[in-house]
Design a protein around this ligand. Structure first.
Ligand code: F6R
Length: 583
């Protein structure tokens, strides 16, 4: 959460460099944005509430500039709480991603006379720095401040006295980039692609000083120099553009067939399959949509004769006592920066377990943390909702499980068939019309229930998540077998219920569940290969072998239509950010 971007150059550069880069990082948080420019001994600052993609700025040029897009934690969404925060003298502009857990204690330690202008946990850092930097350079002063901070953070400071940017990392990601026109700092390598030739990722507990002569890194605890390992930038192709689509959600939904075809031929899942074969215990973990993919992964593994445990990454501590050298922990994550996932993997490593990831962003913290990583290679996913990364994870897990069962070519063919099936859902006018009709029917409702059984239960959870996060319609996924154990009490006249009823095992029971809720007045929408008397409306999807993928695409389109009908921004749902880097 929160995007960070800055540069230091030996020549004057337009602040639009930072402005444009922050637009690339907007998905990390879009409550507010702000930029500070060193105009030669003076700070020029602009900061505003709202997404930077809808903003214009008139900042002067400078040799150094630092910017931030905010996802609010402490302090409301106001201009004053937007970063950067300035010290009283106007020497430092400071930005922050993370939480300063002991901000009150740090504020109590300050001398008198500091003027606080925000309600954030961050501002205390810049006043602490002001006190410490009196006689010493910025770098030792920042190291001293950071040593006292509790909580996971990335902090960067622009100093108009020296023209430097100094940054420290403890938990939240930071990367340094070297380009022809300067040195860059970014929370996300995606924003470095157009500027930098080489990139280095800062390790936890390290700080970096960027000046017009280069970058030097240091250990925060000892102050001693450490080496930055520079790699060639591979993220130019990561730049996402709309390419004619009206929004990223639509674009990324339509990119799924191509992404799945690539995965069908990728050697990565086979490497994961080998790990599945070798492990005594398997644990799959992730958050949100990635957790739903993990639940489906467990079913793929079960079909391959392998048992697996699944845990939400935030709930992994409960499984820690069972982790040892014979356990394989597979972390699923689009961003590779989700804090709970990273903590789960670190704990698993500490317990001696093997750790692998299925991740979309190469070079992300998760990617670098794991023994083996399978890259989804879906291309940048900019819409806050996970779409192509979800079906990508399903495909990787299906093939990997197939490999572990000696059925590699069969499962690769199944994924290729799923790519075709999704394409059909996306292309067919009839399916488009039916999805629109369903959306129109339920757009004004307050509650929506999605029923699934077996492999369709995780699909029901994922359908509900997609709908509620983008359209704010309350949607819940339930295992249809549990209906009569309580949930059916929620059904009254006209209550919309989506019943996932693909071909194959469980279809008969799904139709029975549809009949039962319909008998109590529910409006039933079947996701089914054909019409049935139990359904008031049918969304045609669900041939047995490709059902999960067809259901995923149908759910994404339904969620999208609901968002539009309910006047919601499909790419930037309220209160959310693309990568969740704070607890
Ligand atoms: C839902 C969604 C989230 C993410 C979750 C994990 O559409 O996008 O639920 O799946 O925040 O994010 P990653 O996969 O980046 O770890």
């Amino acid at each position: 959460m929160c995007g960070i971007f800055g540069f230091v150059s030996s020549r004057q550069r337009e602040a639009s460099v930072v402005f444009e880069a922050l637009r690339e990082l907007e998905y990390r948080g879009y409550d507010s944005w702000g930029i500070a420019v060193d105009t030669g001994g003076r700070l020029a600052v602009e900061k505003h509430v709202g997404p930077i993609s809808r903003a214009t700025a008139a900042l002067p040029a400078g040799r150094a500039a630092l910017g931030h897009t905010r996802w609010a934690t402490h302090g409301g969404v106001t201009d004053a709480n937007a970063h950067p925060h300035l010290d009283c003298s106007g020497r430092f502009a400071l930005i922050h991603n993370g939480i300063v857990e002991n901000h009150r204690e740090l504020a109590a330690r300050l001398g008198s006379g500091h003027c606080f202008r925000s309600q954030t946990d961050t501002e205390v850092l810049v006043h602490s720095l002001e006190e410490r930097a009196g006689d010493v350079d910025l770098l030792p002063a920042l190291l001293a401040v950071i040593r006292d901070v509790q909580g996971l953070s990335a902090v960067a400071v622009l100093d108009v006295c020296t023209g430097q940017i100094v940054a420290a990392k403890n938990g939240s990601p930071l990367a340094v980039g070297w380009g022809d026109d300067g040195i860059y700092l970014s929370s996300d390598p995606a924003a470095l692609g157009t500027h930098a030739r080489e990139v280095a990722f800062l390790e936890d507990g390290h700080a970096v000083a960027l000046g017009d002569r280069g970058a030097a890194a240091f250990d925060i605890a000892t102050g001693l120099p450490v080496t930055l390992t520079r790699n060639r930038v591979e993220c130019e192709a990561q730049r996402g553009t709309l390419a004619g689509y009206r929004d990223y959600m639509t674009k990324e939904i339509h990119e799924q067939p191509e992404a799945l075809r690539r995965i069908a031929h990728d050697p990565g899942p086979a490497a994961l399959g080998q790990l599945f074969e070798q492990a005594r215990e398997i644990v799959l973990t992730g958050c949100g949509t990635a957790y739903h993919a993990a639940l489906s992964g467990r079913a793929y593994l079960a079909a391959a004769g392998r048992a697996a445990h699944v845990a939400m990454a935030s709930e992994m501590p409960a499984l820690e006592p069972m982790l040892d050298a014979d356990t394989l922990v597979v972390a699923l994550s689009q961003s590779g920066e989700t804090i709970d996932v990273l903590e789960a993997v670190r704990a698993a490593r500490a317990a001696g377990a093997r750790v692998a990831s299925v991740v979309n962003v190469p070079g992300s913290t998760l990617d670098r943390l794991c023994d083996v990583s399978v890259h989804l290679a879906c291309g940048p996913e900019k819409c806050v909702l996970a779409t192509k990364s979800y079906t990508g994870k399903l495909a990787v897990l299906q093939i990997a499980a197939g490999c572990a069962a000696g059925r590699e070519s069969e499962t690769r063919a199944a994924v290729a068939a799923s790519a075709d099936a999704i394409e059909t859902v996306l292309r067919q006018e009839a399916s488009d019309r039916a999805i629109r009709r369903a959306a129109e029917r339920i757009a004004e409702d307050q509650h929506l229930f999605i029923l699934g059984r077996g492999q369709c239960y995780p699909a029901a959870l994922e359908t509900a998540l997609k709908i509620k996060e983008v359209s704010y319609l309350h949607a819940e996924g339930f295992p249809s077998g549990e209906l009569k154990h309580g949930v059916i009490a929620l059904v009254t006249n006209g209550t919309p219920c989506i019943i996932l009823a693909p071909d194959g095992p469980g279809r008969k029971e799904a139709l029975a569940a549809a009949a039962e809720v319909r008998a109590r007045g529910a409006f039933t929408i079947g996701v089914s290969p054909c019409d049935e008397p139990e359904f008031d409306l049918t969304l045609r999807a669900g041939k047995e072998s490709t059902a999960l993928f067809e259901i995923a695409a149908t759910a994404q389109l339904l969620a999208y239509n609901l968002a539009i009908l309910r006047g919601c921004d499909p790419d930037k749902p309220r209160n959310l950010a693309k990568s969740v880097t704070v607890k």
